[in-house]
Design a protein around this ligand. Sequence first.
Ligand code: FAD
Length: 358
Amino acid sequence: LPVPLGLARSLARRHGSRTLVGVAGAAGVRAMAGRFIAGEDAADALPAVRRLWKDGIATSVDLLGEATVSEAEADAYRDRCIEVLRTLSAGSARFPARPLLEHDQHGELPRVNLSVKVSALTPHLRAGAPGRGAASAAPRLREILRVARDLHAHVHVDMESLDHREAVRDLTLSLLAEPEFAAGPSAGIVHQAYLTDAAAELEVLLGWARRTPRAQPLSIRLVKGAYWDHEVVEAQQAGWTVPVFTDRRACDREYERLTDTLLDHADLVRPLIASHNLRSVAHAIAAQRARGLEPDAVEYQVLRGLGDPLAAALAAEGLRVRTYCPIGDLVAGMAYLVRRLLENTANDSFLRAHASGT
Ligand code: FAD
């Protein structure tokens, strides 16, 4: 690490990622960011994506960026997404065959998998932004879905903070229900277990899946949630009930309960278990085996740089694994790193270990 972890944290909190890049030095930051980020753009990231595929690990590529504040930036993000789909599709034709990564009981799993953020597809989703909310993201997301359908790629819509949940969910599900997308593309959404109403929200997703038959069933990526601090602080400042569990064990228990529910519906949706917590992952594996579900019926997901040894171990067990691979330039990469650093203290030991070269 070019700067001590504690200093990095306090600089990041006080000055943001641009200043931190300046302080830490571009070369040092680039070296560290390389552990977490697959490349500056799709062409740059393709060798890393190909290496993972060769090792029997699928990928989902995510474009990093700063907050979208104008229609032009939202257009640019859409165009970059389409460019990633095209570049990776062209490059993945030569990937070696990996049946576990390419099929499950529902059918084909695309080699190319892109994660997108609705807040990057419109300037109107930001807190306090005037205007039409997620609706203005619809034409841009529709274009991405069309390209993905034509290229047989998968699009996964990330989940953001609670104030965006309804907009992100309704936009995603309403587009996927459009007749032009009945046959594809393969697509998915994210479900956050740290929200105290997560069980009810999962029923909303399962209810939609029951009512909306598609050739490619909805993928549901179960995560704990990346905006814990934001949700707590915002609720406290506004005097609202805190919407997330405030006890780690309660959050972990909920994650296990939701894993069970998701795996009970593996015939209806594609369950994706995204966690680096060994207990949470072990619970999912036990639940998968207890239900007699085939190895290809559940997918395990990790973030590049944070879950690499876990991904390798799960793949060696014959399970399907996908690594989430961010793509972006130095400043975007630094902002991503800072978010991961601040996300939870469990990352400290990981970063210290890597900082000292172990
Ligand atoms: P753990 O250490 O087991 O859990 C840490 C999590 O616990 C924190 O992130 C927080 O959610 C929760 N937590 C922290 N403190 C407390 C507390 N005091 N009380 C209760 N709960 C607490 N997140 C999103 O929000 N949207 C996404 O689209 C998204 N996509 C992801 C994709 C992949 C492939 C992966 C692996 C993660 C993704 N995440 C996403 C991040 C995820 O939500 C978690 O923040 C991250 O994985 C850490 O959780 P864990 O289970 O790995 O680790």
